[in-house]
Write a protein that binds this ligand. Sequence first.
Ligand code: 13P
Length: 277
Amino acid sequence: MLTNSITLLKDARAHAQCIPAFNIYNLETAQAAFQAARLAQKPVIAAFGEGYQENASLLVIAAIVKTLAGQHPYPVVLHLDHCKEIDTIYRAIDAGFTSVMYDGSRLPLKDNIANTLRVVQYAHERGVGVEGELGCMNPEDGSEMPDSISHSAYTDVNQARRYAKETGVDSLAGAVGNAHGLYKGTPHLHMERLEEIYRAVEIPLVLHGCSGIPAGQIRQAVSIAVAKINVNTELALAGSNQIAALLREKETMRLEKLMLGARERMAEVMKSFFDFA
Ligand code: 13P
């Protein structure tokens, strides 16, 4: 069943649990997320990024996820990940997305607040949850991974308090040593900052860039503040490596079989992230 993210994340936080959010961009990636959630018997967030509109339109993804959710016994959220264009957010909500992320993190705080407020008004009138972002993370595709993640890029606690209060967002993504893509060394999340942000905003926090974060740190972050963990790179690598292995071993060259192989492997990796849920 399709549900909105507001109560789901609030409940998860109240129980110091989290909901995994997996990036999806076609039928197979969506099926993998449903398959993993069914095995785990837990809610899942299917996250479609603004940049994936070349792979599939908002309407097509909404139709796929709604159809799969109709046959699925656990709560599913259809989420728009990292979106900078407000018109795209409106179109996603109109298409049936039940959660959206407005990413104004590169804007001056005042503009980020003003834009987020517009999104929150539109979304809340339609029962849709909103995730905001503050702090400096690298691009969603991990293409610009810094050599080291500097403390100055971390989310500022006072700005976070003001942002949450003035916008009314339902959850907040922050930068506390996390980044998208492949980490160059072992990441070290700043747990104290995470806790300070959470105390200031009093809404569930979202941890982006969970691929490659040691399990103990994800667990600690969930116990402190995080109700949603975002995973993409590990899934993409699992799928691509599976296709490469099938081709190398000359198992098959048929695209539909290769895609099934990738789907199965991605579902296995997704399933492992439910251990944190
Ligand atoms: P990773 O690709 O690093 O797992 O991050 C995913 C993410 O945060 C999507 O918003």
